[in-house]
Design a protein around this ligand. Sequence first.
Ligand code: GLU
Length: 463
Amino acid sequence: MNEVRVRFAPSPTGFFHIGSARTALFNWLYARHTGGTFVLRIEDTDKERNTEEALQVLLDGMRWLGLDWDEGPEKDGAFGPYFQSERGTVYQEYLDKLREQDRVYEKDGAIWFKLEGERYTAYDERLKKEIEKVKAEPIVIEDAVRGRVERAEEKDFVIFRANGEPVFHFVNVVDDISMGITHVIRGEDHLSNTSKHCELFKAFGHPYPVFAHIPLILKSSGPGKMSKRDEGALIEDYAKRMFLPEAVRNYLCLLGWSPKDDREVIPINEIIELFDLPGINKGNARFDEKKLSFVNTEYVRAMPLETFTWMARPILNEQGLVSEDFDETRLQAILAICQPKVQSFEDLPGFVSYFFKDDFAYDEKAARKVMKKGDPLKRIEEFKAGLASLESWDSASLDALVAALVETHGASLGEFIQPARLAVSGTNRGPGFNELILTLGQAAVLKRFDRFLETMAQETPTD
Ligand code: GLU
């Protein structure tokens, strides 16, 4: 059996669109699944747009997602160069092959590819004139995703523009042939180009590769595909927002493919094992920010604490919450109770900030809710007295204390816990209550109770 060779063939435009990333990913998965080769070919024939910076955005995005290529930029192989802008001689050679077979002609300075078939003239409604058409044999492909697709070209097409630049269809096919590509996995928007491409494959006497046209990614609501302006469309933004690359990659796998059960969080090695072209969905995939966030949260929570802390430290440092020499054991103790509850690294500073500063604000909505119920200031006074004389600072003692308070003062558990949580953290969400109190420590908790009593005594809560 032939070794599988797939390629991702982007035109660098300065941003890495989620649809391109998904195409890259599916090629990479297929190469890894089959033990084949993943080629990165840069289709940089548009000199204006395909700048060095645009290339770097793309390469950075690929690396960030962990999509390593076997041949391509900075990774030479036997089929280079991997930039179309450097393959001029290859294109000339292939043009010569067509010339030898009398399959090209010049018109208006451009070079045209001549279809084979019976020629006739027909009236073109759109152009309002007679034009020449060709009755060419229909091209039939067995697309690995779409199934049988049949389409006939009717017009010769340009392969070199008047300015001497080769056209996409030509270079794309020449490179797929000269790079030994066996499978073309690409966006469905290219399906309509495939008949032109197959005409060229035929002219070069080369068998078609296996085509797999993958469905589009629709924007999160409404019709239409995700454009670069839609929220969540650019891979570089996920990096900026500190999403975990493994999570984004996992989510992208689910855009048009599924493991045939309802799992969403799946280790990449398992996906590689399960991934195959017939498993790709025919229907369009819809971008779902909530699902992506869910998957990201799952990855964030599953990280080993040491790694989580290692990633969190610079983020918290940048926000001025911890100094560079902040004690590692202390930081780990704090993060250990927050990691299971936080949604993302983007949310982390807001989620943990009160551990590192005493002058936090009280969340207005939470405060309004807490101050409305019973006599929260009295409950904090009682809690304070109990905590001040608490002998051992552990969960069992804390439980016993709260139970005794409930018993003695005839108030509910929530009437103690809710104002206490607000008093020590300024919010009503966060880690488990006991963990929160115990990790903050007795001194800090008592100090925060005092600050709360002072602040709230001055404020008449509004409704
Ligand atoms: N440069 C083309 C694109 O970015 C490649 C198409 C293909 O994969 O054949 O869409």
